[in-house]
Design a protein around this ligand. Structure first.
Ligand code: SF4
Length: 89
């Protein structure tokens, strides 16, 4: 599973963090970032998007993760299958 969060769009509402606290956090600027105990740092691309791949051993939190992503009021979170197919939230 792959997650992309758009920190430019994020308004820091924190509903994703409240629902999926093992996956999402807020940085000091109040912008979402991806927590992943299996990877130590987030990769930020030129658009300011924070991209992480989440290892499949985290699949037990898949529904929680998806619920957190769905809760975002500004659709700042996108989730993809390992195949690259986007999961419609
Ligand atoms: S729910 Fe959306 S706006 Fe709120 S912190 Fe998460 S990504 Fe940002």
């Amino acid at each position: 599973m792959r997650i992309i969060v758009d920190q430019e769009t994020c308004i820091g509402a924190a509903s994703c963090v409240a629902i999926a606290a093992q996956t999402f956090g807020l940085n000091q600027e109040g912008k979402v970032f991806i927590l992943n105990e299996n990877l130590e740092k987030a990769i930020r691309n030129e658009s300011g998007e924070c991209i992480e791949s989440v290892s499949t051993d985290m699949m037990d939190i898949r529904e929680t993760l998806l619920e957190g992503a769905r809760s975002c009021p500004v659709q700042a979170i996108r989730v993809f299958e390992d195949s690259g197919e986007e999961i419609i939230l």
